[in-house]
Design a protein around this ligand. Sequence first.
Ligand SMILES: Nc1ncnc2c1ncn2[C@@H]1O[C@H](COP(=O)(O)OP(=O)(O)OP(=O)(O)O)[C@@H](O)[C@H]1O
Length: 426
Amino acid sequence: MSASAFEYRDHFLKDGEALQHYRPGGYHPVQIDDRLHTRYRIIHKLGHGTYSTAWLALDEQTSTYVAIKVGTADADKREADILSQISAATAAPTSEAASTLPPVLDRFTIDGPNGAHPCLVTVPARCSLRDAKEACGWKVFQLDVARSLAAQLAMAVSLIHSQGFAHGDLHFGNCMLQLPRSLDNLSVEELYAKFGAPELKPVIPSNGKPTSSVPGVPPYVVYPVWLGIPSDKVTLGEAKLLLTDFGVAFRPSEKSRFQSYIPLALRPPEAFFEPATPLSFASDIWSLGCVIFELLGHRSLIDGNFLAPQDDITAQQVHLQGRLPPEWWDKWELRANWFDESGKPLSNERDVWSWDRRVDEWVNGLRPSCGTDLVKDDEKAALLELLRWMLVWRPAERPSADEVLETTWMKKWALPAYAEGRRAWE
Ligand SMILES: Nc1ncnc2c1ncn2[C@@H]1O[C@H](COP(=O)(O)OP(=O)(O)OP(=O)(O)O)[C@@H](O)[C@H]1O
């Protein structure tokens, strides 16, 4: 019997991994209280992605909690290598940016019914920035918190780039908030009392008849634990970033990468208009600009869920940055649906969202109602100067991550907020 012959007993299971991925080459059927690599006791589920399930485990040798990312058997196995290479090169204690990357605490392979699964042991995070925002009605961060996180993210990207790697998947779901180490003071029972014990959803054959289970399919799936916090409640002292998911990171100098894996709304335009030109560090800079906006705003810079077509995304980008370079403009087949030949939008003025409008309404619009500071005019001007540069059409004209850190907005607003936050961590 294959995994497709199974379903959850609870048909409305949200946040559960799709059962059909429990198949040869897919997920490993991890269960609560499993002991991995003889020392890691599985305590709870943290989440799942396309290529992994992630688990909270107790390291019985050190009595600390760790996160274990258990890859699918067909996952690219290089993530731990890449992280190890970057952290080996940044072991210098002076590298503040190194604390924004997950340490590789251990790595091993599990041989299971679905194949050999790479396992990466690292620190557990509190929640992603996306989940923190989802948990907040206003979908905002306090202004200083947003500034500090933006500085840390730019520092993390600068560090990765300095080691020759591009991240390739910079988005809100891969930016996490660090968890205070005080979690280690909790026993497993106390942790369950505080955050909830694992909720198990039985997996049953779709014909409903009891049958012996298939080794590659777990007898139950687990709801992920919520260790997180609503975005507006994050204090400056708690705003410690962890940039995760190096599953598609790459070294542009070693191997050309043409395909972008990043969600369309944050995907740089060269991925669409120049599919035969390799992506590079500048592609991360475009996405970083989008994430910085999203940190400050209650909405993403480019409006687009996974259903939004590429042309709709391109049209919004043109509303922001003006006419495309001529060779791209000519290549854009559906251009005439949105713009005349001169680049003038065909839609109503109220449907055209300029940089100014996006900052006034999407960054500042809700801030008075939820009692957080506004981005004032001098900061807005510096922020727009930075974002316009990061989202320049031609990749070669975008700033490097180091240049981003040298801009007025970073030096006058983001880095000072980060420095103030650091004092609260110590
Ligand atoms: N260190 C961690 N601490 C807490 N949760 C984590 C951690 N690492 C991963 N997760 C959770 O597991 C999920 C999957 O992780 P990740 O995005 O790294 O996996 P992936 O399979 O590479 O996903 P993608 O579909 O983005 O390629 C994350 O969205 C997050 O909820």
